[in-house]
Design a protein around this ligand. Sequence first.
Ligand SMILES: Cc1ncc(COP(=O)(O)O)c(C=O)c1O
Length: 385
Amino acid sequence: MKPNTRPANPCFSSGPCAKRPGWTPEALRGALVGRSHRAKVGKQKLAEVVNRSRALLGLPKEYRLGIVPASDTGAVEMALWSLLGARPVDALAWESFGEGWVTDITKQLKLKDARVLQAPYGALPDLAKVDWDRDVVFTWNGTTSGARVPNGDWIKADRKGLAICDATSAVFAMDLPWDKLDVVTWSWQKVLGGEAAHGMLALSPRAVERLESYTPPWPLPKIFRMTSKGKFAEAIFQGDTINTPSMLAVEDAIDGLKWAESLGGFAALKARSERNLAAIARWVGRTPWIDFLVPDPAIRSSTSVCLKIVDEAFARLDEEAQRAQVKNLEALLDKEGVAYDIAGHRDAVPGLRIWCGATVETSDVEALLPWLEWGWAELRRSAAA
Ligand SMILES: Cc1ncc(COP(=O)(O)O)c(C=O)c1O
């Protein structure tokens, strides 16, 4: 039987993620449309995003935070192209996005002294093997596998290299040890449910020092340049963006930050995400056909929750047929209007991925679960027919 209750918001995509509860386009009413982002009022809006983000996250005051082009990818690549090459590099990858940074480092930048520490979907590489005399590039939360690093204990306080961290699906939902991270990147469309296209780039004083003391041997497009005549371009980190941002997206980012403040700040955001994960964990515990893709709870993501189907008949199918089944389940629930975009990432092992970031209500996660049961039973029924 079809469940009686539907999620009030069926958006469970891992990016762009659900808008905050109660969001309507009315939230954009104050947007500075038609005005220059370089006008005093425009710069104030950009600085507001930076300052509210800093306060919410407890960013150390000596860290710089800027709005940069091209979403999280733009922020990461800006950092890689500008900073790497001064030291040997350790690049960590355990899913698709980390693999992407490995490709940048080994095939595009072609860094000779690069070590790649890899792990399959569901696991992490051995963090004890990381050499902190090197620069280290890693993802805090692997969005496509649902595996995150457990904490920052493995990062050396007295490291010589830079810790360069893609934190886009972690920030605002997971504790980040800021003093152990030299570069942290994220976008707006994840935990706070903002709009895509703009990246955030946080730099420690050591990262700034690297920018001023090292010039990479390759050309740097304007969009990546953070120095001018060898000096760090402070203005970029005070709301003076390199190129034109969307003032609509900026307004929306401010709306998300204000919403987060109204809940009580970072601790409340983290608690919402953890509660969502706990709701799924209770269901997984009592449901024989489903399990977490990540067996170890200590490294299990609370935002991009990835699930594998452990049903025997499903296990006997080849990968293509498994993917088709997952797509059918997704389409069935989409048609019912109860869940959108819940198939795992195309690079991951076939399964489900349910975004559980702070904008998702636990009541919606709880309402979704019986629909997953129903959808799965429907698929079994049609397979048996
Ligand atoms: C860990 C991680 N890195 C990078 C990206 C790419 O982000 P964007 O599309 O904002 O550039 C994503 C997107 O989901 C991600 O989850």
